[in-house]
Design a protein. Sequence first.
Length: 365
Amino acid sequence: MVRAKAAYTTRFARRLFLESAGPYALQTAGTPRSGDVVLARVVEIGQHQRLEDSSGRRAALFVGDEILVAYGARYAPDQFEAEVPADLGPTRLVAAGGLAANVVSQHAEMLEATTLEPIGLVVDHAGVVNLRRCAPYSVAGAPTPRHPGRVPTIAVLGTSMNSGKTTTVGSIVRGLSRAGLTVAAGKVTGTGAGGDPGVFADSGASRVLDFTDFGHPSTYLLPHEEIAGLTRAIRDELLLGSPDVVVLEVADGLFQRETAQLVADPAFGSMVDAVVFAAGEALGAVAGLERLRSLGLPVMAVSGLLTASPLATEEARGHLPVPVWGPEQLAGPKAAALVPPVSALPARPESARIHAASSAEPVAV
């Protein structure tokens, strides 16, 4: 197992295997659960020809390779819809980050998913190794942060997969960091992959967490109570680093099941002080803003893929009551404009830095 190519989703399980002598064995029958770690053999290369490893490098896959991945469901309109199978029969690699599942549907432009033959679930003295058991954090164990005031939280939502949410988060983190603030960032839902957390870190986030740090290979089909608890736990863990601002990305679009339930939950609204909405086109931006405002969420700006087109940007600006900013603007002084709502929140030691950033002279972009 140590020589198998270990996927990003299984990085904490791999660390367990390296640090503990075991004994470990393989269970060749049974019903897998989301997060169960499986040793599998690559039978046929399809859509995913590479596996993102624990360091984030995309390792080439070859027929016959043994890989460590995790079972988990996937919701990706541009790629695959997939669910955890009922047995250990042949299955598919449905995400480069290391997700094994049976395909339910797929985008017309996708190749067939790479075929895997499960060799067995990894087991130790406590039973099947599940990512929740290996993860460094848990929802139940998340501490309650103690702050004299409230740390502002900016949520980034979007119209769909690939609408520009991650780029928007990175730009906001960059802009606020350049303004002198300490910014923590997290991704609360989605499919496990190292690319998005890497963007947050590269943009200057002081600390980065996502759902995989809490033992979830993906969040599709999780009950709403788990999604809500996971969202709060990620935010609470980020707050322990005493940031000035927290930025959270919520995956997929507003109509996706888990996202729709989360944004409609008053508890989510109570922890969010500003929303930036990423859209692919003007009509989606207008509809999304109306939906979020109907839920009482404070949308402060629109960004996303539409800002790559000057014409689409002008269309949106002509029908929106909030500014439309591209990545370059958010990475500059515009980001500080997302912070003013915090001025109405209880004072805290860091608040002086926030107000200073909001009123600072524009910095060169």
